[in-house]
Ligand binder design. Structure first.
Ligand code: ADP
Ligand code: MG
Length: 486
């Protein structure tokens, strides 16, 4: 069987798109690849096809391991593969203990050609043992921008890739994402433990021709409301749906009330809703029962609806990357869709504050550490809410505490689990200097601010906005060697 046969037989498609064939050839030949392709372009096939092609020796042990950040998406992807007769599965925390153990056993015994896990799975010694019995021919790192601390969705466990690749015996690796700036591309390569000349960049661009991008400078709620009502009205006759994004739950609720007065039916989705309500609203939206959603960025993970006709930002998002990712949910069916960004200069302050919160200073690191190390008993008994009070964190949503705990865990300082009500963790070591390095923290803060300002520059840009975006994401450029970096 060759790649084309696998494409026909398992997926029922006629031909490869764009650089799919070249990428597949590259990884089948044992070469590493970094793939940047717009959402919906077909990144998955680039590792699924190689996973299916029988290899000559020790065939029964070969497996393709897919690292994916989203538990929510794994099931759908695996279900789709299984429906095409492909031996695929996932292992994550959504499974019951019995089911998880059953899958561990199956994997250890050589079942499955494709296995989906989150990088966090590697923290479990049972999993490390099981996967060590297989021959991981190909490691696919999906949503690879999560690797980079400079990216917009940094996941601490993604930065363990060097260790993970070592454990797996340095397998051929393919990293895939829809959005990565040149800096992030370089960082992905570094985090994989590869040199730029060992990995081939396949940059298909980031353009989605069916999305109509527009930005409008506005002043105050009234002007925003008029735009929302107008865009909604323009699509009222369509069967598809629309999303209006807000940064703050407060603003979202204010607009919900304004829209209610205008008799515009909608639902609201944000992180303060109960988990069950969130799930229900998401399901209703996916089934097309609520054509308009007002949402915070919490809405989006796993939103893979074909006919989203517009994505409107009522407040400026935190970065160029976040904005581009969010509008990327529109028009997956290829039909024309509107993406409108409303810019009120006053909203910039909110984002600047968010950026400061997501970059706690060394002093905050020290304070959190002191509590978990020296007031361990009370922290364990009362959970994050208590800890937040002790730290005088003014705002429940500032997430500084979660950021710090995540980093402490990433650096092996602590280990455990936490949520608002409880906290169970062990302190394993002292605070490493790296985490407290003021220069490093300052650079990170500045980079985050620059990503927000890039969006402001885009709004003010006089020339072709798409040119600006292409330039930002490094389309047409080669991978920079690390020494090229300033
Ligand atoms: P991405 O991960 O890049 O967002 P996916 O891999 O999820 O995109 O693919 C998006 C859709 O395109 C899927 O429905 C997939 O089956 C389809 N697709 C991918 N490659 C091809 C192809 N060569 N021919 C036809 N459809 C394809
Ligand atoms: Mg994908």
């Amino acid at each position: 069987m060759n790649p084309k046969d696998a494409l026909h037989q398992f997926f029922g498609f006629e031909s490869f798109r764009g650089s799919q064939a070249a990428i597949i050839e590259r990884v089948l030949g044992g070469g590493h690849a970094l793939v940047i392709m717009p959402t919906g372009a077909g990144k998955s096939l680039c590792y699924q096809i190689p996973a299916l092609l029988p290899c000559s020796d020790q065939d029964s042990k070969a497996v393709t391991l897919v690292l994916s950040p989203l538990i929510a998406l794994m099931k759908d992807q695996v279900d789709a593969l299984r429906a095409s007769g492909i031996e695929a599965t996932f292992i994550n925390s959504s499974l019951s203990r019995e089911e998880r153990e059953r899958r561990y056993t199956e994997v250890a015994e050589g079942r499955y050609r494709l296995l989906y896990v989150t990088p966090e799975r590697f923290r479990k010694p049972e999993f490390r043992e099981v996967i060590a019995r297989r021959d991981v021919r190909l490691l696919a790192v999906d949503e690879a921008h999560c690797i980079s601390e400079w990216g917009h969705d940094f996941r601490p466990d993604y930065s363990r890739l060097i260790e993970i690749r070592e454990l797996l015996g340095q397998p051929t690796t393919i990293a895939l994402t829809a959005t990565a700036t040149p800096d992030v591309q370089t960082d992905i390569v570094r985090q994989l433990g590869l040199r730029p000349d060992e990995i081939e960049l396949f940059h298909e661009g980031i353009e989605r021709p069916n999305l109509r991008l527009d930005v409008q400078e506005v002043w105050g709620d009234d002007e925003k409301l008029e735009h929302i009502v107008a865009v909604h009205g323009r699509h009222a006759a369509s069967t598809g749906s629309g999303i209006v994004y807000f940064t703050l739950i407060r603003t979202l609720e204010r607009f919900s009330e304004l829209l209610r007065q205008r008799r515009v039916p909608h639902v609201c989705y944000h992180g303060d809703l109960e988990r069950n309500d969130r799930r229900r609203i998401q399901n209703e939206f996916m089934q097309g029962h609520c054509p308009l959603v007002l949402a915070t960025p919490a809405f989006g993970m796993g939103i893979d609806k074909e006919d989203i006709r517009f994505v409107l930002h009522a407040e400026i998002p935190g970065s160029m990357e976040a904005w581009y990712q969010e509008i990327g949910r529109a028009g997956r069916d290829g039909l024309a869709s509107d993406c409108l960004l409303l810019y009120d200069e006053a909203d910039l302050t909110t984002q600047m504050e968010f950026i400061r919160w997501s970059n706690p200073d060394a002093d905050f690191y020290h304070r959190v550490y002191d509590f978990v190390a020296h007031d361990h008993e009370r922290a364990t008994a009362f959970g994050l809410d208590w800890l937040r009070d002790q730290l005088h964190a003014k705002h429940k949503h500032d997430h500084r505490l979660e950021t710090v705990l995540g980093m402490l865990e990433r650096y092996g300082v602590i280990e455990g689990t936490w949520d608002d009500e409880s906290l169970q963790l062990d302190v394993l070591s002292a605070l490493p200097d790296e985490l407290l390095d003021r220069d490093r923290l300052a650079i990170k803060l500045r980079r985050d601010q620059e990503k927000l300002l890039a969006l402001v520059r885009l709004i003010r840009h006089e020339g072709d906005r798409m040119d600006f975006i292409r330039e930002y994401f490094g389309q047409g450029r080669k991978l920079a060697m690390p020494m090229d970096r300033p």
